[in-house]
Design a protein around this ligand. Structure first.
Ligand SMILES: [Zn+2]
Length: 270
């Protein structure tokens, strides 16, 4: 495994970009780890790809929404706290291999080095505008690489379908048909297999509720990605505000033991 080296290279590339933009002094910054915690990091260099988690945020049909209840108040003891009841697959969240595969890695066992990666965004929003069942195909990947170059090793590859625009319209994000089947874009299973086997991605992301297109009941994308020990991130936000290639992503996954996934804070370093 060369993961530490690749992560170091990703850090160096991100640092070089930040430095080019004049956010750091020309000398003295030797590692993104120290830079990221420095006040010198501009807010514009970090893009939050996370939806604010509210009870109103759409969830997969049948899943309950977030329930947050105050259990301590400032006026009664000096500290405020809430108790949260939520399904792991709520809001912007990670799917651990265990979500799909018996015996797969739980979320606490995903290597930390896999959660920092080069970010690649495949934009199919024009097609998704007119086809709610649109899929990211291998041809989309090939067209992307013709234009932007080969997807780097151990990248995190995300689909931008523009689906979050539908959050403004009740029901439009889940998009149930009269028979109760949801319709939303996702990856094609062949594409997922290609990205895992030929590009060695660390994970796959979507701005919808499922890696597979929502109407799919084979779940071939989940099987291809999670079955290969990689992870998924669903319901990403603002992917249209980051470059298609060249940024890095940091996925702040939870670490509850035995978890099948959970809400994440996902940040792009642009
Ligand atoms: Zn999930």
């Amino acid at each position: 495994m060369c993961a530490p080296r690749i992560v170091r290279v990703a850090h160096e590339q991100a640092l070089a970009r930040l430095t080019r933009r004049g956010l750091f002094a020309a000398a003295g910054v030797v590692a993104l780890g120290s830079a990221a915690t420095s006040a010198a990091v501009s807010a514009e260099s970090v893009v939050d790809l996370t939806h604010t988690l509210t009870p109103e945020l759409p969830v997969w049909p049948g899943n309950p929404p977030l329930l947050a209840a105050p259990v301590a108040r400032h006026e009664l003891g000096g500290f405020a706290q809430q108790s949260l009841i939520l399904w792991e697959h709520t809001g912007t969240h990670i799917d651990a291999p265990l979500h799909r595969v018996p015996g797969g890695a739980s979320v606490d066992r995903i290597p930390a080095a896999d959660l920092v990666a080069p970010l690649v965004v495949l934009d199919i929003s024009a097609r998704a505008d007119t086809d709610a069942d649109a899929m990211v195909t291998v041809a989309d990947v090939e067209a992307f690489e013709d234009r932007h170059g080969r997807i780097p090793e151990r990248a995190f590859v995300a689909m931008f379908s523009g689906w979050e625009r539908r959050l403004a319209t009740p029901g439009a994000f889940v998009n149930l048909d009269p028979g109760g089947t949801p319709h939303a874009p996702g990856f094609h299973a062949t594409t997922a297999n290609h990205l895992v086997r030929e590009r060695n991605i660390v994970g796959l992301g979507v701005d919808t509720l499922s890696l597979d297109r929502a109407a799919d009941r084979e779940y071939g994308v989940h099987t291809a990605v999670l079955g290969a020990g990689r992870y998924g991130v669903e319901m990403l936000a603002r992917l249209d505000t980051v470059p298609p290639i060249g940024a890095s992503v940091v996925i702040g996954a939870p670490t509850h033991a035995g978890g099948t996934g959970g809400p994440c804070r996902v940040l792009a370093l642009v």
